[in-house]
Design a binder for this molecule. Structure first.
Ligand code: ATP
Ligand code: MG
Length: 506
């Protein structure tokens, strides 16, 4: 190689190194900067910048966006340590708006006496690595979050399911005792029992919704109507100083779901928004279409979500309203989460800060032609009947309650503690049994399998399923050919009505 080629080669290399390189003397005066330095910084090296004042002119910041402390600048550290230092938390805020993450190494050159002559500093662009790491950490934390909510859901769902069974028994017994009761004081106590079980049922329903265990045959729900109704209700009931605005950008949107549940999602978000606004403010419900989804944003001008609840926002019993006039249970967003999940949608905090919060829900649209849900709630009346009912439930309290209640209405009752026993009894006494009530979830043999066995014995058997609201059971039950399905807790009125319909001549 010709000697004269060497300087050219050196500058060729320096200017093509994929790292920003600059050299300063011991006083910090710039001796050299290569082309990549300019690439990373978004500007050329500046002669007018001296030690102690790098951060501002070059836009050198730490990862929190604060000006990088001069005392921690690689040059300054290398001067002090008199050996190579590495710094990897620098972020360059370039004039053009780009952020570049930088790892810097600074290596001092010492003379024979050990004094620093100059410092060679290299800037590596590590933006891609930092971003990949951030994305990985984010998705890991999302995953942990989902897993945690799943585990909590399992626990809550299990407890709620068992409690529901107990409540169902109490409710049935109360309606049975009421049958022959005339004493007003006792009647009022019985109504009390009924109210208390209803409130208990509300709680278990909330937990079941969080656990996504509520039975669910999706229908087309008129989403606009849900929002309009909620807004109207909110306008009537919320403090006048809070302006409630609907901004419906997805006219005619129908989503696939269950209207009362969807209403509950919207209502919970609106109530939270209201609670977050101290005094006067604004609450906006905004909808828009996004492909095959409908998006709802509930925006408030409230005080923002407190950081201490943010990480566990959707878990049950997480609340900041545990004291004071608002007093909440912390089940609101847990329910919202469960319902949205069971609707194959998502819910997230789109924004929160001291000036307000935006909660965002995405729900899948109903495919064209999906049946629209009828909104009809008819209170059940007690119906007398005759014949023998085979009643299978693994909860003895339920069996006893059904026995007493249905006898009071004129039925004979035989009970079974599981599906296998029900089949056995049916085989023996089919002549006198007019209908079979099967709980879906029972040990040994569940309702669905029992029903199949009963069918083999007698294809004309009439079956009513009852369910403690376990996800998918209704679909399985109806697919198996059950005639009807009664969710727990039901009272004697609902049971008697279902039986009357079941026993009506076909
Ligand atoms: N829009 C909002 N702005 C500020 N904080 C909110 C908002 N929505 C929810 N939060 C916070 O999240 C917590 C949990 O909300 P969640 O709806 O689950 O329970 P809650 O409202 O406290 O009780 P409940 O809904 O049972 O009445 C609230 O206590 C509140 O601190
Ligand atoms: Mg709430």
């Amino acid at each position: 190689m010709a000697a004269s080629a060497l300087p050219d080669l050196a500058s060729l290399i320096l200017d093509n190194l994929p790292l920003g390189l600059w050299v300063a003397d011991a006083k910090g005066e710039l001796l050299y900067a290569n082309a990549e330095f300019q690439e990373i910084m978004g500007m050329g090296a500046r002669d007018d910048v001296a030690v102690g004042g790098y951060a501002e002119p070059y836009g050198i910041c730490d990862r929190d966006g604060q000006p990088y402390p001069e005392s921690r600048m690689p040059f300054v550290q290398a001067m002090q340590a008199r050996t190579t230092v590495v710094v990897d938390d620098i972020v360059i805020h370039r004039r053009d708006g780009r952020r570049v993450n930088v790892r810097a190494t600074a290596r001092p050159q010492l003379d024979a006496s050990g004094a620093v002559q100059s410092v060679v500093i290299a800037f590596f662009d590590i933006t891609r690595e930092v971003e990949a790491e951030r994305a990985r950490a984010h998705s890991e934390s999302q995953q942990r979050h989902t897993q945690r909510l799943e585990a909590l859901g399992k626990l809550a769902g299990g407890i709620a399911h068992d409690f529901n069974n107990l409540l169902a028994g109490i409710k049935m017994l109360a309606s049975h005792v009421r049958l022959g009761e005339e004493d007003p004081a006792r009647l009022s106590s019985l109504r009390y029992i009924d109210d208390i079980t209803d409130r208990g049922a509300e709680l278990t329903r909330a937990l079941l919704r969080f656990a996504q265990k509520e039975s669910n045959h999706p229908r087309a729900v008129d989403f606009d109507a849900v929002i309009r109704d909620t807004v109207e209700l909110a306008q009537r009931t919320i403090d006048r100083r809070i302006e409630v605005i609907a901004d419906l950008g997805a006219p005619g949107a129908t989503i696939l779901g269950h209207r009362p549940q969807v209403e509950q999602v919207v209502m919970n978000l609106v109530v939270n928004a209201r609670d977050a606004i101290p005094g006067a403010g604004r609450l906006i419900l905004r909808t828009r279409s996004d492909g095959d989804h409908v998006v709802l944003e509930v925006e408030d001008t409230g005080t923002g979500i407190e950081p201490r609840v943010m990480a566990r926002l959707f878990e049950p019993y997480v609340t900041t309203k545990d004291v004071g006039p608002l007093k909440g249970t912390g089940l609101g967003l847990a329910m919202v989460y469960g319902i949205v999940q069971s609707h194959d949608g998502t819910v997230e905090v789109a924004h929160t800060g001291p000036r307000g919060t935006i909660m965002r829900v995405r729900l899948p649209r109903a495919p064209p032609g999906t049946a629209v849900e009828a909104v009809a709630v008819v209170p059940a009346r007690l119906r007398g009947g005759a014949g023998t009912i085979l009643f299978a439930d693994d909860e003895p309290l339920m069996c006893e309650a059904a026995r007493r209640g249905l006898r009071g209405l004129g039925y004979e009752v035989v009970t079974a503690e599981d599906g296998a026993r029900a089949v056995e009894i049916y085989q023996r006494e089919r002549e006198r049994i007019s209908a079979v009530v099967l709980d879906v979830a029972m040990p040994n043999m569940g309702g669905v399998e029992a029903m199949e066995q009963l069918r083999l014995l007698d294809p004309t058997v009439r079956v009513l399923f009852t369910t403690g609201l376990t996800l998918g059971t209704d679909a399985a039950a109806l697919a198996a050919g059950a005639h009807a399905l009664l969710p727990k807790p039901y009272d004697l009125g609902a049971l008697s009505e279902a039986l009357e319909r079941l026993l009506a001549p076909h």
